[in-house]
Structures are given as C-alpha cells and as structure tokens.
Design a protein around this ligand. Sequence first.
Ligand code: UDX
Length: 443
Amino acid sequence: MAPTPPPPHVLIFPFPAQGHVNAMLKLTELLLPAGLNITFLISAKDHRSLSGYANIHTRLNSFPGFQFHVIQGLYEGPLDSAEKLTIMFDCMSEKTTLLLRKLILDSPVTTCVIADGIMDFVLDAVEGTGVPVFSFRTISGCAFWAYFSIPDLINSGELPFQGTNMDELIVNVKGMEGFLRRRDLPSFCRSGLSNRTLQQVSRRIVSHIQKHCSNIYTIGPLHAHLKSRSLNKSISSNSLFEEDKTCIGWLDQQPPKSVLYVSFGSIATLTRDQLMEFWYGLVNSKKRFLWVIRKDLVSKDDDKLPSELENGTKERGYLVGWAPQEDVLAHPALGAFLTHNGWNSTLESIVAGIPMVSWPFFADQQINSRFVEAVWKLGIDMKDTCDRTTVERIVNEVMEVRKDEFTESAKRMAKLAMESVSEGGTSYSNLDRLIQDIKTMGV
Ligand code: UDX
C-alpha cells in the first residue's frame, strides 16, 4: 500500500505589526483544523509579546502540525512613521530573503507561502523555487483598489495634486467616482513624492500584483469565521500588548449602548495637543467613554499624560493602556467606536454592529473612513480635524442626533457580514476554495 502523503505544509509570514500578525494568526487558526501544517514566521519581539500577553500558545499547541519560526535580529523600535516602517521593511528583506529560501528548500517540503501582501521582497526570494505564493492583504478591498489605481492617477495628471483643494473629487479610481476626494486617498499620496518616486513605487506593486495574483480569494472578516465555525468559542487574543480586562467590569456597570470606545490601534500616534483636543471634546460631549491610551500613543517628547486627563476622566470615562477590543466591541454597553479605521478595527466594528466616528491616521485608513461614511453609512468621517468642538459635535451626532439611523445601518451591515461567513456565503466559500486549492497543490 502506498504511504499516505504528508499534509500540505504552508509557510505563513506576516509583517511584524499588531494588525498584520493578528489577522494572519486568525487565518492560521482557520487553516489548521482543515488538516494543513503551518510554520508561522514571527519576529523575536512579537513572539515574546504573544508569549506574555496572548493565549495563542494554548490555542495552537494542540495542533501537532503547527510551529513558530522565530526570526532574530529584526528592528525592534516603534513603527509610528513612514520612515520607521521603511527601516523595518528593509531590515525584514535583508534578514529573511535567504531564510525563506532555506525554509522552502529544507524539509518538510513547503507546499505554498502565504505572505503579507506589503512584503514584495518575498516574491523575489521565492522566485525560481516553484513554490506558489499567496499575497495576503490586511487592508480592505477598497483601499487595495485605490493603491492599484495609482498609475492611472499619475497618467491622468491627478497625482501629484495640483493646487491645495483636498476636497476635489478623484475621477480615476473606477467605481469610486462621485465620492472619493483627494483627502480620502492613501496617505502617501499627500506627501509630495515626486512623480518619479510615485511611479516607481506603484510600478513595483502593480507589476507584482499582475504577475502573481490573477486569482483572488475574498475571505472577509477572519475573526467572524472563527466564531461562525465555532473554532473559537471564547474570543481569542492575539495581543502584542498586555490587555487591561478591568474595563469589562467598568462596562458592565454602564447602561446599554451608552459608551463610546476610543482606540487608534497599535501604530498611530497623537501630539499632546491632539490628545487634549480629543479629551476636551469627549468630556464636553457628556458621553461615557472608554479610551485606549497606549504608552506610546503620544509622541515621545510629550509622553507624560497631563494630570487633568487622568484625574478629570473619572466621572464618565475609563482609561486603559490596551483593551481586549473584540470583547469590548461585543459588550452591550457599547454605543459607538471612535476609531482610526485600521482594517482590523473596521471589520471588528462592522461585525459587532457598532457605528463609527472615524479619525484616520495613515495608509489605507483614509479610504476606509470615507467608505464608512459615504458608502456604508455607518458613521461620520472626522478626517483631518480634531479640535474639541468638532469632536464634541460629531460624537453627539453619532451617539444621539443620528443614533437610530447609524444603529440601523450598523445592524444591517453586521447581518450581511455574518451571512458572508456562514455556509453558502461568499467569504465562507472563498475560504473553503483557498483550503481546497492549497490541498490540491500538496498532491
Ligand atoms: C495596521 C494598519 O495601521 C492598518 O491600517 C492596517 O489596515 C492593518 O495594520 P493597526 O493600526 O494596529 O494596524 O490597526 P488595526 O488594523 O485596527 O489593528 C489593531 C488590532 O489591535 C485590532 O485587531 C484590535 O482589535 C487590536 N486592539 C487594538 C486590541 O486588541 N486592543 C486595543 O486596545 C487596541
């Protein structure tokens, strides 16, 4: 009798940042029960953090086909600016190109690589090995399409911007005519990059996309798949920071739908002035709020929290350094989410049926927030302003004046999201197709 072939072996490789590691760990948790073996490449820093703060080891250790491969020697500083992200990107490329080839060519035989779509060097590293690469996008389809359309914007003269009117409509991102403004484009479009640089960046991305990604799997909200497939009965944590769970006890004491949850994800930073404008806006809105103030949220030179903020919040607010966000969004006391619209947070808010106040920081977030307001009607985009009067007005608009309207559309959208991950739904079918295709590659 012929020996049974070993299960397909997949290398999963995220960019080392919370939003990326989180999403790709969730994908891992969906693929393991389907019988795939997985090696998950992770930076030493993220591995330490996950070991300290998340319950990931207990969840994944029950699968004998799972292992972490820890990458030593990567940049461990903050990732709060384009420059620092570039440092990390270059360091990753330098440290992992040879490693990837070695892992692929060594045993166990690698069936395919699922790599973070922002790391184009993986495609170069793998070239010639014959191993297929899936580019996994942690950003939304709408943001991805806007990135993809950059060459058209350059060729048509829409980029770089001529003049200073940021509300001018963009016409060359197909399907988004009529509502996409300059200010909604990915944030690097604002930076005054020369035409040449823009073209180089875009050509590099687009040529890779065209060469390697003719087949797209729209697998949708991964945390909702886990819930829908009952693979994760309690909410899983992939946190790289220590969660302060006391906020759940505080939420338990608040009336239904009364609390605004405020979080800007794991990378965004505020100046001290912005922090104070948000704080005054929140306090003046007279709404209850739960605010995640990471220890590196405020730019380094300003890192001590003003005392009025610590003392003056107690009446209606609660501050934490890092929250169990999925638990928070699922809590009945939650009324709305003031978010930077990172794609994980946006999806988590959509699935939980929570209206949003958007204050995008960078990258794909500008376009996500435009979709939140103009397309999905789930809240208001406060982009580019954070003075206290605006914060107060918009928080009240979403939590009071137009509360019913936003709650209704959030409920509708949550239902659609859950349908998409249920049997027969598009995300469900695409995830199954991905699993089947990987299994076929392994034969
Ligand atoms: C990054 C990019 O900024 C984002 O634009 C891109 O779409 C994904 O990668 P980040 O800024 O961290 O991510 O935001 P986001 O995508 O929202 O991911 C943050 C994750 O951290 C979410 O899954 C959220 O649940 C979690 N989180 C955040 C917590 O668990 N606790 C918190 O207190 C804050």
